[in-house]
Design a protein around this ligand. Structure first.
Ligand SMILES: NC(=O)c1ccc[n+]([C@@H]2O[C@H](COP(=O)([O-])OP(=O)(O)OC[C@H]3O[C@@H](n4cnc5c(N)ncnc54)[C@H](O)[C@@H]3O)[C@@H](O)[C@H]2O)c1
Length: 268
């Protein structure tokens, strides 16, 4: 794996949560290809093994960090492993997230509300809390939060595809992105978010697919092709360069921004 000539992330330490699959794995491979040293954090040991071996095969540098971002002690231990191995953290990609079985809000269980918030919001907070002092020590850093179009606009075309808990968690992540950007700007720590639209080939919709009929699922897929202005779902690869841009020196004057990669969904 030869890093490109202009590789501002070369030798930088990048910690990516949810790197065991989906978007996180694609980010991890993309950052490693830039010459970054990647801490791949995930709750899935098997997922991590796949990501780290793909990176190693391509000549990149990555370590697996088995941790649950919703658990305070687990996050502390995970970050400590990365610091021990790589000496600090320059970039945090706060990516891990879940979606519970979609329910109308009045039917949603407290357990589903809490389970999702524990990962999507508490998890993001716990990782920020570990990463920020490490970035202060290095006199700078960059954070890329993975939010969602669901955090910026509602959606209800006759049946729910994502619960209100998911939208609320992503809306909170948008607010947190702006707050962190302002609060830490003077310390040269930037914080931005990507708001992806509907991206294929990930496991995020696992619980929805298990709970909805094949008819509902195909109706949803049809709806996507009609409602997304570019006429299709996005692919994980289509987010990588944006994440690299926001993480690296090319975006040195960009902070507090929420950038959608959504096929035009929010513009319509
Ligand atoms: N796929 C999409 O269409 C889409 C759209 C908008 C936003 N997003 C966001 O992108 C992010 C990644 O989602 P994805 O689509 O790749 O989903 P995914 O389910 O394919 O991947 C999520 C990864 O996070 C890991 N994870 C889950 N809970 C964890 C925990 N408690 N601690 C550590 N790791 C944990 C999983 O093991 C998995 O590897 C999420 O925040 C999601 O909300 C996805």
């Amino acid at each position: 794996m030869t890093p490109p000539h202009f590789a501002p992330l070369r030798e930088k330490v990048v910690l990516i949560t949810g790197a065991g699959g989906g978007l996180g794995r694609t980010f991890a491979i993309g950052f490693a290809a830039q010459g970054a040293k990647v801490g791949c954090l995930d709750i899935s040991e098997q997922g991590l093994a796949g990501t780290v071996s793909d990176i190693a095969k391509a000549g990149g540098v990555a370590i697996p960090v088995l941790a649950d971002i919703s658990d305070e002690v687990s996050v502390e231990k995970g970050f400590a492993e990365v610091v021990e191995k790589f000496g600090g953290v320059d970039v945090l990609v706060n990516n891990a997230g879940i979606a519970t079985t979609p329910m109308r809000l009045h039917e949603m269980s407290l357990a589903d509300w809490d389970r999702l918030m524990a990962v999507n919001l508490r998890g993001a907070f716990l990782c920020l809390r570990e990463a920020l002092p490490l970035m202060q020590k290095k006199r700078g850093g960059s954070i890329v939060n993975i939010a969602s179009i669901a955090g910026l606009r509602g959606y209800f075309p006759g049946f729910s595809i994502l619960g209100g808990n998911y939208s609320a968690s992503k809306g909170a992540l948008v607010a947190l992105t702006r707050q962190v950007a302002i609060e830490y700007a003077a310390e040269n720590i930037r914080c931005n978010a990507i708001a992806p639209g509907f991206i294929e080939d990930t496991d995020l919709g696992r619980e929805r697919r298990a709970a909805t009929s094949p008819g509902m699922t195909s109706a949803f897929e049809r709806e996507m092709s009609v409602r997304v202005p570019l006429g299709r779902r996005g692919k994980p690869d289509e987010l990588v360069e944006l994440a690299i841009y926001l993480a690296g020196a090319q975006s040195s004057y960009v902070t507090g921004q929420i950038i959608a990669a959504d096929g035009g969904w929010l513009a319509a």
